[in-house]
Design a protein around this ligand. Structure first.
Ligand code: FAD
Length: 318
């Protein structure tokens, strides 16, 4: 495969982990070329990191138009770039923004699109998680080039030093792509915990946690394991934890190395957001809870007894 375009996810001058994963994947397919789209000066702080993970080229599309509007201008610039460089494939993150750009790009290029891809072979065959995560299929784009969104945490990012050549991309955005403008950006206070969709460890609490105060137990376990905190919809709807941490069909999709479910029954809609986790540990007092069908390790017991004991044991071993 020729050049593989990796659309860079970045924020605050830092490359997001999913991009490093995509560069690692792209190296197996062809020559990785990173595409940075953002405001003036967006690319420079990212080039070293992108090189470190094997980007042979960085296409830098910089303009206030790419910062001040929603994703339409980015899709327009990408479509023009794809037409001009004819890459072998285009990879975007299976994130909110990545999927939105990918959908628009597919329409503009009259190209097929596969989302939530967890692996991509050199012949374009993608492993895809569909039907709320209940089925894994092999698919291939038959119209146009392989255009895929890659699920975060599907690939282990491995550095491979390259020296990226930076090439400026022409940014011409017509008025039709500027119909929705960003009026305010609020950056959530970044705590010490990793971002939920990028974390290698996620500890989630459900209705069984009982109340908002008890969620400290979930947070404590997450901090001991260096992980992020997640929550079931029942926990969110009950006001135990904020919605941005909801895992599942109508929440975030996570695929960490370790997922710990505390007081979560394992409804299909929750599974949809976490069942591709590599190792699943569940603590539930009901031995019949469906989460145990999925768990690699299960503890039948009261989480208020089990979690403090587990935390104590982890502390001893640290
Ligand atoms: P419950 O099902 O009430 O389970 C609580 C569990 O805690 C029980 O198994 C109980 O045995 C256990 N428990 C109680 N006390 C203790 C204790 N002291 N120690 C140990 N275990 C204990 N859900 C999501 O999570 N994410 C979604 O994105 C989502 N999207 C949805 C979309 C739609 C359209 C619909 C219809 C539903 C959606 N749901 C989603 C809701 C989903 O169907 C379940 O209702 C929800 O996941 C249940 O959350 P839960 O497991 O925390 O609660």
């Amino acid at each position: 495969m020729a050049e593989v375009l990796v659309v860079v996810e970045h924020s605050g001058g830092e490359v997001k982990k999913v991009t490093l994963e995509m560069l690692t994947l792209a190296r197996e397919l062809g020559t990785p070329a990173a595409v940075v789209l953002g405001g003036p000066g967006a690319a420079a702080p990212l080039v070293d990191k992108l090189s470190e993970y094997g980007a042979a080229k960085v296409y830098a599309g910089e303009s206030a138009d790419l910062d001040g509007y929603l994703v339409a201008p980015k899709a327009a610039v990408l479509a023009a770039l794809v037409r001009s460089v004819s890459p072998g494939a285009v990879l975007l993150g299976s994130t909110q923004e990545g999927k939105e750009i990918a959908g628009r790009l597919a329409v503009k290029l009259d190209n097929g699109l596969l989302t939530d891809v967890t692996a991509l072979a050199a012949d374009g065959t993608a492993t895809q998680v569909v039907f709320a995560g209940s089925t894994i299929v092999k698919s291939r784009v038959t119209r146009g080039l392989p255009l895929v969104t890659v699920r975060p945490n599907s690939v282990t990012p491995v550095p491979s030093a390259a020296s990226a050549e930076v090439s400026t991309v022409d940014v011409t955005v017509d008025e039709s792509a500027k119909l929705a403008r960003v009026v305010e950006r609020k950056v959530e206070a970044k705590g010490a915990r990793p971002e939920l969709t990028e974390a290698s460890v996620v500890v989630s609490g459900g209705r069984g946690v009982g109340n908002a105060d008890n969620f400290k137990l979930v947070e404590e376990m997450a901090d001991l394991l260096g992980g992020a905190v997640g929550a079931s919809r029942a926990a969110v709807d009950s006001g135990y934890y904020p919605h941005q941490f909801q895992v599942g069909q109508t929440g975030k999709t996570v695929s960490p190395q370790l997922y710990v479910a505390l007081g979560i029954s394992g409804a299909i809609q929750h599974r949809a957001g976490m069942q591709t986790s590599k190792t699943i540990v569940a603590v539930n007092k009901d031995a019949e809870a469906p989460i145990f069908e999925l768990a690699d390790f299960g503890v039948v017991g009261d989480l208020f007894k089990v979690v403090p004991q587990a935390a104590e044991e982890i502390r001893k071993r640290k």
